[in-house]
Design a protein around this ligand. Structure first.
Ligand SMILES: Nc1ncnc2c1ncn2[C@@H]1O[C@H](COP(=O)(O)OP(=O)(O)OP(=O)(O)O)[C@@H](O)[C@H]1O
Length: 147
């Protein structure tokens, strides 16, 4: 900063009345630093703001997808099933009760282990407990539930 002012005061007397010097004065003695920082701010601020908006938009989308994704998937099957079967949901505690604490294994498939269970009305059922990895890797599970 000090060298900048030094140059200004030094060139001022020699530049007076000289057209070439007035150009030189414009180039070297103007407030160039101020202009550069103004341009930088004018570019950086909008870029940062737009980036922030994009990131916030992505996070918002991910948040809502995570919240409503499962419900939408099951709703699709509830509406589209041609057999009009009542799809009943069980809590983990209920399944534990139905299967007598997952005691009786009747088989094993690609998605997980299948247990024997008995509903409160005496109906015998097969309860498949999914392995987390198999759900994450597959898109076939819900179609299989449908059949
Ligand atoms: N409703 C059921 N009644 C009796 N046993 C069953 C029933 N469902 C499944 N099982 C038993 O569990 C085993 C695995 O069933 P599952 O449906 O998981 O088989 P899969 O279709 O070969 O596997 P996956 O679909 O997971 O890849 C069957 O081979 C069968 O022995």
């Amino acid at each position: 900063m000090s060298s900048f002012f030094y140059m200004l005061s030094n060139c001022a007397p020699r530049l007076e009345g000289n057209p070439i010097c007035s150009k030189v004065k414009d180039t070297y003695c103007s407030n160039k630093k101020k202009k550069t920082s103004t341009v930088l701010i004018a570019v950086i601020v909008p870029v940062v703001l737009v980036s922030l908006l994009v990131v916030m938009g992505i996070l918002w989308k991910l948040y809502w997808k995570g919240k409503s994704g499962d419900d939408e998937d099951y709703a699709m099957y509830e509406e589209e099933t041609p057999l009009h079967i009542d799809i009943r949901r069980f809590t983990y505690a209920e399944l534990k009760l139905i299967t007598n604490n997952f005691q009786s294994i009747i088989g094993k498939g690609g998605f997980g282990i299948v247990y024997h269970g008995t509903l409160e009305n005496g109906d015998e059922v097969a309860v498949k407990v999914l392995m987390e990895t198999s759900i994450a890797e597959s898109t076939d599970f819900l179609p299989e539930v449908k059949t």
